[in-house]
Design a binder for this molecule. Structure first.
Ligand code: SF4
Length: 63
């Protein structure tokens, strides 16, 4: 089971806070400014949700 993460390219400004929370999940320097790894295990859900919480643009959705 994997966690589905989407980043709204219309909201993301590339600030990088999500990358500081989990730099193996949120990959900076791609297009849009940040890309989420497609293969995030269920046991990393809390890390992904913490990154979504700190995103100043509320651009991250974790399902
Ligand atoms: S914290 Fe939010 S705005 Fe900043 S790079 Fe990550 S997704 Fe984009």
């Amino acid at each position: 089971m994997t966690v589905r993460i989407t980043i709204d390219p219309g909201k993301c400004q590339g600030y990088g806070q999500c990358c500081f929370e989990a730099d193996d999940i949120f990959l900076l320097g791609d297009e849009p400014p940040v890309r989420a790894s497609a293969d995030v295990a269920e046991d990393r859900r809390a890390d992904a949700e913490r990154a979504a919480d700190v995103c100043p643009m509320q651009a991250i959705t974790v399902e």
